[in-house]
Design a protein around this ligand. Structure first.
Ligand code: A3P
Length: 337
């Protein structure tokens, strides 16, 4: 694979996602194609750059595979995130909201199943033990992805009409969460905050540049607000009950007056809270061997669940530097953290 030097100025996310044309090699030639792409070391595994984004090789291969394999449906709901931005929380909330007529809170699937396992990823088959091929799932499907908007399979965006919920997070907290995650799940990995910080600031991180990933979905949410809802981790944390209402409205299943008066929004927020989920045995024991020296404990998706934990791991100066970089990248787009 071609080695590239660190890059500080990646191609910016100025095109709308649907402008990006993905010229795909045949599935049988994916590995050969990937071997022509830039590769860089630094994180727990080398990352490959494709269309300005950095991926673990096995993840990029899956992203390329689903370009053909995933057949979007108009009533699909896609939960899109960068890793460590609250995917688990969003899965729990969206699953509970969209299935609330099927399950009672006293006997709810989330009491015995990790939220990661109740909503399958489009591009990550087999995470957990109970994923079925997403093409066999009945409509409406609730799916998740970490793919950048511009790499969503053709047809997922404007022409399909499916709904996308994007959740992002203060990049400082996302970076701290990422660092802990890498060091925990990858055997032998002992990345320092300093090196993770400088790579992240260059836009070199799994699924990064962080800001480009956010920006693509942000722009799409402005262009097509009925199809793309843009949420922030910090906003859900500030008012989870309101976030439940907003999600229910966007997903076309608003809370009824009866549900409002019986406190359903509060129940959903409570069931999906960090405190409730981390108190459940299913989220404390067990896990999945993902290969490549990666073992995912069910508990690995939960750490502190706090806003602002970065202050315990970075200096104020580092925080200010990252804020400044992100502000520059996002300036004039109206997106602030
Ligand atoms: P921290 O490492 O900062 O604690 P993802 O699900 O995208 O991998 O993101 C993981 C981050 O979300 C972790 O952040 C984790 O603790 C937090 N998280 C998981 N479930 C949560 C919940 N129900 N409420 C709030 N935060 C949650």
């Amino acid at each position: 694979m071609a080695q590239v030097p660190p890059q500080s100025d990646q191609e910016s996310a100025t095109k709308s996602a649907s402008d990006d044309h993905i010229l795909l090699p045949k599935q049988s030639q994916l590995k050969d194609f990937m071997s022509t792409l830039p590769v860089r070391e630094g994180w727990s595994q080398p990352l490959i750059q494709y269309k300005r984004y950095w991926f673990r090789p096995q993840m990029l291969e899956k992203i390329l595979q689903v370009q053909d394999a995933y057949k979007p449906r108009a009533d699909d709901i896609i939960l899109a995130t960068q890793p460590k931005c609250g995917t688990t929380w969003l899965k729990a909330l969206a699953f509970t909201i969209t299935n609330r007529s099927r399950y009672s809170f006293a006997d709810h699937p989330l009491l015995t199943r990790n939220p990661q396992h109740v909503v399958p990823f489009i591009e990550i088959p087999g995470l957990g033990t109970d994923h079925t091929d997403i093409e066999t799932l009945p409509s409406p499907r609730l799916l998740a992805t970490h793919m950048p908007m511009s790499l969503l399979p053709r047809g997922t965006t404007s022409s399909c009409g499916c709904r996308i919920v994007y959740l992002c997070r203060d990049p400082k907290d996302a970076l701290v969460s990422r660092l802990h995650y890498e060091n925990r799940v990858v055997k032998g990995c002992n990345l320092s905050m300093d090196s993770a910080f400088s790579m992240f600031c260059e836009g070199f991180s799994p699924y990064g540049p962080f800001w480009d990933h956010c920006l693509e979905y942000w722009k799409e949410s402005l262009a097509r607000p009925d199809n793309v809802l843009f949420l922030k981790y910090e906003e859900i944390m500030a008012d989870p009950v309101q976030a439940v209402r907003a999600l229910a409205n966007f997903l076309g299943v608003p809370l009824t007056k009866e549900e409002e008066s019986s406190g359903v929004a509060q129940e959903v927020a409570r069931l999906c809270s960090f405190e409730t989920l981390t108190g459940l045995q299913v989220n404390q024991v067990g896990g999945v061997d993902r290969g490549n020296k990666v073992y995912l404990d069910n508990s690995v998706f939960f750490r502190k669940g706090k806003v602002g934990d970065w202050t315990n791991h970075m200096t104020q100066e580092m925080g200010g530097k990252l804020d400044h970089i992100v502000q520059e990248k996002l300036q004039e787009c109206g997106l602030v953290f």
